[in-house]
Design a protein around this ligand. Sequence first.
Ligand SMILES: NC(=O)c1ccc[n+]([C@@H]2O[C@H](COP(=O)([O-])OP(=O)(O)OC[C@H]3O[C@@H](n4cnc5c(N)ncnc54)[C@H](OP(=O)(O)O)[C@@H]3O)[C@@H](O)[C@H]2O)c1
Length: 345
Amino acid sequence: MTDTSETPANETSTTSGSRMRTVLFQSFGDPSVLAVAEVAVPAPQPGQITIDVEYAGVNFAEVMFRRGQFPVDLPHFPGLEAVGTVRAVGDGVAGFETGDRVAALTLGGGGNAEVVAAGAEHAVRLDGELAGLDGTLAAGALCNVTTALGVLTSAGHLAPGETVVVLAAAGGVGTAAAQLARSLGAARVIGVTSSPAKAEYARGYGYDSVVSYEEIEHEVAERTGGAGADLVLDSVGGAFRSSVTGLLAAFGRHVVFGNAAAEDVTFEGNHPWYTNSSLAGYNLGGVAGRAPALLRAHLERALSEVAKGHVRVDVRVLPLKDVAHAHELLETRASTGKYVLDVRS
Ligand SMILES: NC(=O)c1ccc[n+]([C@@H]2O[C@H](COP(=O)([O-])OP(=O)(O)OC[C@H]3O[C@@H](n4cnc5c(N)ncnc54)[C@H](OP(=O)(O)O)[C@@H]3O)[C@@H](O)[C@H]2O)c1
């Protein structure tokens, strides 16, 4: 194990004397740059709580950070979500006490660690109707189900009776989006994924059909009588992004919220005019900054939907030391559902 005196990037002070294990990377690259290291335990800044983490989700965004697709400072401490108990409460924080069981978005990173600092506005106490929510499911729901909800509603304006197409249908966000689209009243939910095995897996999550990227144009035409889809959820990017407009009904919405292919396309300003379509976007960090109350409402609703069993999250739990394996599975398109790290093992 590497030993370092570095402090997680979102921290400026530490609890003296205490050390903890965390995932970090010191350079950009393949999953081998990920290390589990010992660092100082963070102390909460004003407005923050610190959490003794039990479970921490792994997200595709962290793959992008690790390979340098987004500018993050080095060393970087990955982890955008965590579940555990409140360790300490910072100045100005109301509503949390040491020992409270919580689930939190840790949008500054650092969630893949034994202790993380989180803004209290992004933490939810797992009590009341959330008291029985399994920690692994809560960790699996934080980013993915919240994002799926935001993409479908705030960005996609899904209306009852509409047809929705979900790219990367078998993934963490995809499986949540299909179930939520269904419960929000979509008439048809069509998934797209890259292999027959993933299609078979995704069919268990509320899709009417799941097809390959090559088959989707025909599938949408067939299922909508040639009218097209009202909403396409696109986290994939790459060359496929250019073809999405061809899937849309008149006034259909193309929601862009990721770029797994790490390759973008260019749309002209006249594109929506010429095609009777809308290009919309969703970014969790951006919502946190510009519409924090909306993000909190979506976060609470996401956890509630999972606690009630309305949205099923398929979680595979790995020990903290296997974080590179989780990245590898996500990056090579070998993953289905959600990977969660058991930080204590
Ligand atoms: N904007 C936001 O705030 C926000 C928040 C959360 C997640 N996201 C985005 O939503 C997407 C889903 O996140 P997730 O964590 O649930 O991941 P995921 O969907 O479980 O995994 C990513 C999936 O992207 C697809 N993909 C397409 N082209 C790929 C390529 N060249 N390399 C690797 N994967 C490729 C793969 O599915 P197929 O093999 O089936 O194509 C892969 O399984 C990600 O793109 C993520 O960045 C955005």
